[in-house]
Design a protein around this ligand. Structure first.
Ligand SMILES: O=P(O)(O)O[C@H]1O[C@H](CO)[C@@H](O)[C@H]1O
Length: 297
């Protein structure tokens, strides 16, 4: 279903509903990927909302995605954190699965950190590596499935959105500095390819993706970043390599979601520490935040 005028009005309703129920005024949004939900537990003084209680919010159906929104303080910065995201393969229209991002824009969010689990295509990557997203390839988008298809509400941004600057350069640099200070020797920087899911890729698809320039494959993040960029939100993407994509027809090893969650748990603390340190190091004034009050006035 394409967005209608009334669906666009739902954004205002949901934003106001949340702002009426929290004293916080977040400037940073964080989205937790599969198995990475523990990140949300670091948010202090949190007002917590179950997705099912938030008007117009979709609900999560995937194991490893808890379905809670937390609004509070992370390392001195006011954040909203999605403990669990929505995926197109769950049956959500791209417009609906990115609904929270538009709500965030209305709330005044300036920066978005999106995390995800992914399979690696790049032979030099290892399971457990964290990849800073340099860029993405939007396979569904290139074949006509974009969250920006349909009615465009100019309040959120332009009809035609430039994505050559999808991932903020300053945030990539900051991530590398912070990772170095933390002594991480498992940091990569590369290109994430989104496929629609929910099937893991065939061998031929992996070979195609590698040829096209992808370092990792996943089934999320790109719609959220697309909408965030339309709204002028600066984005940072972090992918945890939870498995290697299978590029050999003669093996019986197969990808599976349990392994994805297990590696997520294994790297949970390291991912948390990186996001925590980055958040603390951010100078929000550089991102147009002049009033850094945490609370409503
Ligand atoms: O992208 P996130 O939400 O981290 O989840 C990844 O893990 C799931 C597959 O195991 C897929 O949903 C894939 O996109």
């Amino acid at each position: 279903m394409l967005p209608s005028r009334s669906m666009l009005n739902d954004i205002d309703t949901t934003t106001q509903w949340l702002l009426d129920r929290t004293r916080h005024r977040p400037k940073i949004a964080i989205i937790c990927g599969s198995g990475l939900g523990q990140l949300a537990e670091m948010v202090e003084e949190a007002d917590v909302f179950n997705y099912k209680d938030i008007p117009n919010f979709p609900v999560t159906t995937v194991v490893g995605h808890k379905g809670r929104l937390l609004i509070g303080i992370l390392n001195g910065k006011c954040c909203v954190c999605m403990q669990g995201r929505f995926h197109s393969y769950e049956g959500h229209h791209m417009y609906k699965l990115t609904f929270p991002v538009r709500v965030f824009a209305k709330m005044g969010i300036k920066l978005m950190f999106a995390t995800n689990a992914c399979g690696s295509l790049n032979p030099s990557y290892n399971v457990g590596d964290l990849m800073i997203m340099r860029d993405h390839i939007n396979l569904p988008g290139l074949t006509g499935l974009s969250p920006l298809v349909g009615l465009n509400d100019e309040r959120f941004g332009a009809r035609f959105v430039a994505l050559s600057t999808a991932y903020e350069r300053k945030l990539k640099t900051l991530a590398k500095e912070v990772a170095k200070n933390l002594g991480y020797n498992f940091i990569q920087e590369g290109v994430y390819m989104m496929q629609f899911g929910p099937c893991f890729e065939t061998v031929a698809e992996c070979k195609m993706a590698r040829t096209m320039g992808a370092d990792v494959m996943g089934m999320s993040t790109v719609p959220e970043v697309t909408v965030a960029r339309q709204c002028g939100i600066r984005c940072f993407g972090l992918s945890l390599v939870t498995n290697k994509c299978i590029i050999d027809e003669n093996t019986d090893v197969v990808a599976n979601h349990e392994e994805v969650l297990e590696i997520g748990r294994m790297r949970s603390k390291d991912t948390q520490n990186l996001v925590y340190a980055m958040t603390g190091a951010l100078d929000l004034e550089e991102y147009g935040v002049t009033n850094n009050n945490h609370e409503k006035v």
